[in-house]
Design a protein around this ligand. Structure first.
Ligand code: CMC
Length: 370
C-alpha cells in the first residue's frame, strides 16, 4: 500500500488489474502461494476446494441455539472457531506443511457454505448443499440465493460483481483484523481460532462493520431528512456521529478500492435494472463532504465501505450480512498472513504498555482501607 499515492497491490499486481481481469480463486492462489496460477495449477486448486465444501451435519444443529435475529457476524465467528472441534488435527499448526495446507483448504472451502447457511437460516429457509458443478463464487451465490424448490440459473452480472467485490477485499496489510489474526496465531493457536478472532475484529463499525453502518446511515437520511445530506454532514463535523465509509488510517488521498467500487456500482445497478435512491444520496453525500473544509483538511475520502453496501443490496443481500461478505473476501488475506507467519516461525506477538499509575504501594487490609 502507498497511502499518499492511493496505490494498492497484491504481491506486485495492481488492484485495478486484478479486479478487472482475474477471478477470486486466482487471487486466493496468488496470496497463498505467491504467484498467479497457471491454468492447470488453478484447476488443481479449485478442484481441491470443491472437495471440502461440505460441513459436518452437526454444524447445522448449531443454528438451533442462536436466537432469532442474532447478528450474522457473531454466528460466523462461532461457526469458524468451532471447525477446530470437527478437525482436531488442526489444533497443532506445526504438524506438517501438508497438514497445514489441508486445514487452510478446508477453511477456504467451507466459508462460503457457512456464510450462505447463515443467510438461509436467518430467513428460516432450508439450507442448500454445495454443488460441485459450480465454481467457488457461483456456488456461494447458489447456496445463498438458490431455492430447493426450483432450478438455479447463475446470472453472470451477479457472479462478476461478486468476484470483483471479493477481490477488492482480499488483503490489506496490517489492518485491525489482520493484525489480530497474526497476533493470535503467533501463540501457535490453530488457524480456525485465529480467523475467528479476526472476524471479531472485523465486526466493529470502525472496520468492516462500517459497510452495514453506511447503508443504515443512507437509509436514515432517506427516511428522516427527506434525502437531504446536510444534517448528517453537519453532525459529523460536530462530532455527533461519524460519516461511515469515510476516512482511512493509511489512505490520505483516495482509496483505490472505493474508486473501482463506485464505478462498478453504477454499472451493476444499470445492468440489473435497479434504481436505488440510496445511490443518489450516497453521491450527494460524497460531493458535500469532498467540498467541505472539515473533510478536506483532515484528508477524509470515501473508503471501500462507502459504495459496497449499495451493490450488496442490489444483489439481494440483507444489510446484516454485509460484513460477512467482507469476511469472505478478506479470508485469503488473513490465511496467507497467518501462513507466512507460521512458515517464518515468527516470535510470539507481545506488545508492551506504557503504565502511568502508581509504581509501588504498601498493601492495606480491607478493614483499614478508606
Ligand atoms: N467522519 C467524521 N470525522 C472523521 C471521520 C469520519 N468518518 N473519520 C475521521 N474523522 C475525524 C476525526 O474525528 C479526527 O478529527 P480531529 O482531528 O478533529 O480530532 C480526524 O478526522 C482524524 O481522524 P482519526 O480518528 O485520527 O483517523 P484514524 O486514522 O484514526 O481513523 C478510521 C480511521 C477509518 C477509523 C476513521 O476515519 C473512521 O472511523 N471512519 C468511519 C468508519 C469507517 O468507514 N471505517 C472503514 C475503514 S476502511 C475499511 C476497513 O478497514 O474496514
Amino acid at each position: 500500500m502507498d497511502g499518499e499515492k492511493g496505490i494498492l497491490r497484491y504481491r506486485g499486481y495492481n488492484i485495478e488489474d486484478l479486479a478487472e481481469k482475474s477471478s477470486f480463486t486466482e487471487v486466493m492462489y496468488l496470496l497463498l502461494y505467491g504467484s498467479l496460477p497457471t491454468a492447470s495449477q488453478l484447476a488443481v486448486f479449485e478442484g481441491s476446494l470443491t472437495q471440502h465444501t461440505l460441513v459436518h451435519e452437526n454444524i447445522v444443529k448449531v443454528f438451533e441455539v442462536f436466537p432469532a435475529g442474532s447478528h450474522p457476524m457473531g454466528q460466523l465467528m462461532t461457526l469458524i472457531a468451532s471447525l477446530s472441534s470437527f478437525y482436531p488435527d488442526s489444533l497443532n499448526p506445526n504438524k506438517s506443511p501438508e497438514a497445514t495446507n489441508l486445514t487452510i483448504i478446508r477453511l477456504l472451502a467451507k466459508m462460503p457454505t457457512l456464510a450462505a447457511m447463515i443467510q438461509k437460516k436467518g430467513k428460516g429457509h432450508p439450507v442448500l448443499y454445495p454443488q460441485n458443478k459450480y465454481d467457488y463464487v457461483t456456488n456461494f451465490l447458489y447456496m445463498t440465493f438458490g431455492n430447493v424448490t426450483e432450478e438455479f440459473t447463475p446470472d453472470p452480472v451477479i457472479t462478476d460483481a461478486m468476484n470483483k467485490l471479493l477481490i477488492l477485499h482480499a488483503d490489506h496489510e496490517q489492518n485491525c483484523s489482520t493484525s489480530t489474526v497474526r497476533i493470535v496465531g503467533s501463540s501457535h493457536a490453530n488457524l480456525y481460532a485465529s480467523i475467528g478472532a479476526g472476524i471479531a475484529a472485523l465486526w466493529g463499525p470502525r472496520h468492516g462493520g462500517a459497510n452495514q453502518e453506511v447503508l443504515e446511515m443512507l437509509e436514515y437520511i432517506r427516511d428522516n431528512d427527506n434525502g437531504n445530506v446536510k444534517k448528517v454532514v453537519a453532525e459529523a463535523k460536530d462530532k455527533k456521529r461519524l460519516l461511515f465509509g469515510f476516512g482511512h488510517r493509511v489512505y490520505k488521498n483516495f482509496d483505490p478500492r472505493a474508486k473501482i467500487i463506485k464505478k462498478a456500482c453504477d454499472n451493476i445497478l444499470k445492468k440489473l435494472g435497479v434504481h436505488d435512491p440510496l445511490l443518489e444520496i450516497a453521491k450527494e453525500l460524497e460531493e458535500a463532504a469532498l467540498n467541505d473544509p472539515y473533510f478536506i483538511e483532515r484528508k477524509l475520502y470515501p473508503n471501500v465501505d462507502f459504495y459496497s453496501g449499495i451493490i450488496y443490496k442490489a444483489l439481494g443481500f440483507p444489510t446484516p450480512m454485509f460484513t460477512v461478505l467482507f469476511a469472505l473476501g478478506r479470508l485469503p488475506g488473513w490465511v496467507s498472513q497467518w501462513k507466512e507467519m507460521r512458515e517464518r516461525n515468527e516470535d510470539i506477538g507481545r506488545p508492551r504498555q506504557i503504565y502511568t499509575g502508581e509504581i509501588q504501594r504498601p498493601f492495606v487490609g480491607i478493614k483499614e482501607r478508606k
